[in-house]
Design a protein around this ligand. Structure first.
Ligand SMILES: O=C(O)CCC(=O)C(=O)O
Ligand SMILES: [Fe+2]
Length: 272
């Protein structure tokens, strides 16, 4: 694995704060076209059982080549490590001229793990302008477990991000981020290929940690997300906990967020 292709600590801190990372134009157009052709003709079958090594999936298909691109493989490695397991995939189709309506949801309400996490990758094989309804993500929602579709009453959350992108763009997201397919007002079908992967190793320092002490890491971990408002404080604590897990440093803190609540003295003063 080329260390220079791995995520940086600053990027990991961004992932810890927002729950996703976006990379534009990761996949060359020709390969996008080949993968799109496989999607639209239903050729992308499951090649190995759920839970099998991802390396066994799609040895010959264009979609396999997409995920084996060195940069894509390095991002996957940074998040879930070497030899991840294949969980499932779907070539999500929003047909031409489809109204989606309220659709905000969380995929993995049932995922009761506190810190270990799976990733989902969204790959857009074609140019995806606003009108074609690319996936919408709500940054900073990954630590909030909700009943899957109960949140669909929320419309237009401040700070939401929609995938409006060129072919070959990918989003790498924590499986619990709130998201939604949007309406496709165009005359072209819109595909978003989703792949879920499970780690098989402890998710600790799997990225390029050379910049771990950069002040930008702390800036990213402190960043405000518009919908958080005063909840920023509890979300900071969630991020710190997650960063402790990712770095293997149980003492990491910012300000005194955890230091304060971990302070439960049991020293008894003799004589009152
Ligand atoms: O089609 C989309 O943009 C989103 C589909 C979805 O909800 C998912 O992949 O989990
Ligand atoms: Fe979903």
């Amino acid at each position: 694995m080329d260390k220079n292709l791995l995520l940086t600590s600053v990027e990991m801190a961004q992932f810890a704060s927002t729950g996703f990372l976006r990379f534009d134009n990761l996949v060359p157009r020709e390969l996008c076209e080949a993968a799109h052709e496989e999607m639209s003709t239903g050729k992308i079958r499951r090649r190995a059982p759920m839970g099998s090594p991802f390396s066994e999936s799609w040895p010959d298909e264009a979609i396999g080549k997409v995920f084996r691109l060195p940069k894509v493989a390095a991002i996957i490695h940074s998040l879930v490590g070497p030899n991840p397991r294949y969980d499932h995939h779907a070539a999500h189709l929003t047909p031409a001229n489809t109204r989606k309506g309220a659709n905000l949801h969380q995929d993995a309400e049932y995922d009761i793990r506190d810190l270990h996490f799976d990733i989902q990758i969204s790959f857009f094989p074609e140019d995806t302008p606003l009108e074609s309804g690319g996936t919408l993500f709500v940054p900073g929602t990954q630590f909030r477990r909700v009943h899957e579709a109960e949140i669909k009453r929320y419309q237009n959350i401040i700070g939401q991000v929609q995938a409006i992108c060129d072919a070959g763009t990918m989003f790498f997201w924590h499986t619990n981020i709130w998201h939604s397919a949007r309406s496709n007002f165009t005359d072209r079908d819109r595909y978003m290929f989703k792949l879920r992967l499970n780690p098989t190793v402890r998710q600790q320092r799997l990225w390029n940690t050379d910049d771990l002490d950069s002040p930008e890491v702390i800036q990213k971990l402190n960043q405000k997300i518009p919908w958080h408002g005063q909840r920023h404080r509890i979300e900071l604590m969630n991020r710190i906990k997650f960063w402790r897990f990712l770095t293997g440093d149980p003492t990491f803190d910012m300000a005194l967020w955890w230091g304060r609540v971990e302070n439960t003295p049991d020293v008894i003063v003799q004589g009152g």
